[in-house]
Ligand binder design. Structure first.
Ligand code: NAI
Length: 466
């Protein structure tokens, strides 16, 4: 029996990046994945296919609704949903093969099957045909990710009541779609189907969308999505669902009280969060238990058991691919005896709606709660020439700066392409950037990045172009 240095359970962004780094550091590595393809939820049923559909539906809508006509481009497009889905699936398959190539390149063994821990230093891999293989290893990294959280009373049947995976592969555009949950998944996938022609209503328990993100950004995004035709029912709880041949009927209760009402649609998408995935993992074989959130706790990625490590969605922190990727590198480096570290203060979040939302660092709400004295610099995309000529001037950049030393503490943006642009501030914050540093850094003209600089200037009271 081969002795591995590290066996990684789970082939998502946490797992495959851990395998790459372990290979680079000369460790004998195996990565175990049961879904038949590498890349995890992110690549197979999350970030990547949703972005493929967001892009395709955006191109379709711009042409279909006359947004292109504003640019002098005329003609009415026809939607071929099968072709749109097929190109998405082709991209997903190619990228998954790319991850497989990276495993080979870094000499990590890709073992197909579901892995379970069977004691310290022991992992059993069960293939689809039921055959089992026993692996001996010095270290185990658990990177098993997360699955959609169920909503009591609204059972997913992947017919009329779907989860995010179902929403990525509908075969026809529903006339009406109710999305339960105004979080990242609900707003992104709700946007896709609205653009393709569905009447979309988003039902949210809280009295705002995107709980946890900057309130002003959320209000601006909600206003813009409403203008695009998304209906919002905030402060509402879904008490139950009934499904017939044509419709799903939801029983809706206002949190503030009052009589229940019924809301019906062709399809209901449940997007009320994700929960850690640990079923069948054999945690009990090493005496590990999950906490009240279903997570496996860690201290610097170490579980309570020597030689068993944990990264990504299955442990604490935001459920984001890039957070898992950073943890993968730090965890493997710690195993290799190097200093491994993740700066959780600089983990960006992006919502890929149109306009996009991007954020890093603390929100105004957090700074107020912590009693930190801060200054705010804001700049609207309406005053940015590039955004203006592209007809995408909704939104703003908001920079929050420590009043005592000018350091950037948080950045919150809603606007065109902000998901790409946030990286400038991520790098800056890693290097303890001040607003003045950004304000005095030359930015190319005409680009939307100039809004980042103008907002930094605004924090110090000298925005020049608004
Ligand atoms: P989420 O936690 O972002 O949002 C769930 C929403 O559902 C919340 O607003 C919550 O208040 C609401 N909710 C919960 N129970 C409800 C109920 N009974 N009735 C009505 N509303 C209810 O979860 P989401 O959108 O499912 O995403 C799951 C995870 O995946 C998140 O951690 C997210 O960050 C991650 N993700 C990240 C993406 C990105 O980075 N662009 C894209 C998609 C997912």
């Amino acid at each position: 029996m081969a002795l591995y240095d590290v066996v990684i359970i789970g082939g998502g962004p946490g797992g495959y990046n851990a395998a790459i780094r372990a290979g680079q550091l000369g460790m004998k590595t195996a990565i175990v994945e049961g879904r038949g393809a590498l890349g995890g939820t992110c690549l197979n049923a999350g970030c990547i296919p949703s972005k493929a559909l967001l892009h395709a539906s955006e191109v379709y809508e711009a042409a279909a609704t006359g947004a292109h006509a504003a640019l002098g481009v005329l003609g009415t497009p026809t939607l071929d949903l099968n072709a749109m889905m097929a190109q998405k699936e082709a991209q997903v398959a190619t990228l998954s093969k790319g991850v497989e190539f990276l495993m080979k390149k870094n000499k990590a063994d890709y073992l197909k099957g579901w892995g379970r821990i069977a004691g310290v230093g022991k992992v059993i891999v069960q293939a689809d045909d039921g055959t089992e293989r026993v692996l001996a290893t010095k270290h185990i990294i658990i990177a098993t990710g997360s699955v959609p959280t169920p909503l009591p009373g609204v059972a997913i049947d992947n017919g009329r009541v779907i989860d995010s995976t179902g929403a990525l592969s509908l075969t026809t555009v529903p006339k009406s779609l109710i999305v339960i949950g105004a979080g990242v998944i609900g707003l992104e996938l709700g946007s896709v189907w609205r653009r393709l022609g569905a009447e979309v209503t988003v039902v949210e328990y809280q009295d705002r969308i995107l709980p946890g993100m900057d309130g002003e950004v959320a209000t601006t995004l909600q206003r813009t999505l409403s203008k695009q035709g998304v209906n919002f029912r905030l402060g509402c709880k879904v008490a139950g669902a009934s499904v017939d041949d044509d419709h799903v009927s939801l029983s809706l209760e206002a949190i503030a009280g009052g009589a229940a009402e019924t809301l019906a649609a062709d399809i209901v998408l449940v997007a009320v969060g994700r929960r850690p995935f640990t079923e069948g993992l054999g945690l009990e074989s090493v005496g590990l238990v999950t906490d009240s959130h279903g997570q496996i706790a860690n201290v610097h990625f170490k579980t309570g058991v020597d030689g068993v490590w944990v990264i990504g969605d299955v442990t604490a922190g935001p459920m984001l691919a890039h957070k898992a990727e950073d943890e993968a590198v730090a965890c493997v480096e710690l195993i290799a005896g190097k200093p491994g570290h993740v700066n959780y203060d600089v983990v960006p979040s992006v919502v890929y709606t149109r306009p996009e939302v991007a954020a890093v660092g603390r929100t105004e709400e957090q700074l107020k709660a912590e009693g930190v004295a801060y200054k705010t610099g804001k700049f609207p995309f309406a005053a940015n020439s590039r955004a203006k000529i592209n007809h995408e001037a909704d939104g703003f950049v908001k920079v929050l700066v420590d009043a005592s030393n000018d350091r950037v503490l948080g950045v919150h943006m809603v606007g065109p392409n902000v998901g790409d642009m946030i990286s400038e501030y991520c790098l800056g914050m890693e290097l303890s950037v001040t607003a003045e540093d950004v304000a005095r850094t030359c930015h190319p003209h005409p680009t939307r990045t100039e809004a980042l600089r103008q907002a930094a200037m605004a924090a110090d009271g000298w925005a020049m172009q608004a």
